[in-house]
Design a binder for this molecule. Sequence first.
Ligand code: 3HC
Length: 286
Amino acid sequence: MTIQKVGVVGCGLMGSGIAQTAAQSGFDVVVTEVSQELLDRGVKKIHDAWAMMQSKGKLTAEQVEANKARLHPTLEMQDFADRDIVVEVIIEQKEPKLALFRQLDAIVQPDALLVSNTSSLPITEMAAVTRRRDKVAGLHFFNPVPVMKLVEIVRTVETSDETVAELRAFTQAMGKTPIIAKDTAGFVVNFLLIPYLLSAIRMYENGVATMEDIDTAMQLGTNYPMGPFTLLDYVGLDTTLYAAEVIYAENPDPAYAPPPLLRRMVTLGRLGRKTGKGFYDYSEKK
Ligand code: 3HC
């Protein structure tokens, strides 16, 4: 099977980026959200990105129209019935994801692939609730999806070689570079990235340096595009805390234990850019 028809369940930050990238790469894309309001917001984000690309000369008006024609927003799960692959990009909680995999397994054709963009939940548990365990995998994109080149293809002990080959071709057709990882908490990138981010928080808690200086150190000392606090705010402190907890539960190394400051900031709703305030204040800082 060659993937042509793509489904994306969830049109938030990551879902809209995946739907955008798939549609602008020539795939026919059905996308859904839990409400009309959230769906409209996600689709607007995609249309705004294409308008921005057109204004920069990266897309012609005709290409923007063709992209829009390939993007089909819906609130009807039955519209996923003819999809070759469905990418799950909903809330990072196990029960809603398992319920969605059960539902999709009953809706899509037997040879369709079901994949999850989860950053840390076990793909194996999602595979286990379906009747197509060989066709279930993780497909972990990075934020901002249209820009970041990497995709982690996460295979369980039952994911077939054919599924991995199809996912490799699919991600390459989207202009991405895939790597293959086993289904272990954090996969490759978050297993390495999360302890780095948590170490920066501990370093700040211990008064080693200011946040700004830690950011400057890593940006200028290692050429990282963002320092750890800017990246924490970009990724979201809730997402970081959740990923740390999941990895720590499977791998109880103190390097993955969430620092108290991270928990307290999440409790206060200081989640980063998306709430206007995280380690930095975005209402004042441009
Ligand atoms: N669609 C298309 N193009 C887009 C876009 C979109 N939605 N958003 C941005 N772009 C383009 C811009 O137009 C720009 O293009 P140009 O260079 O041709 O003008 C280019 O991308 C770069 O954007 P900006 O100029 O706005 O910004 P920067 O040059 O400052 O780069 C950044 C921004 C790419 C976010 C960079 O700072 C970066 O790489 N940061 C690190 C991001 C990172 O590490 N992400 C991974 C987080 S971990 C994760 O996601 C995993 C999860 O599980 C936790």
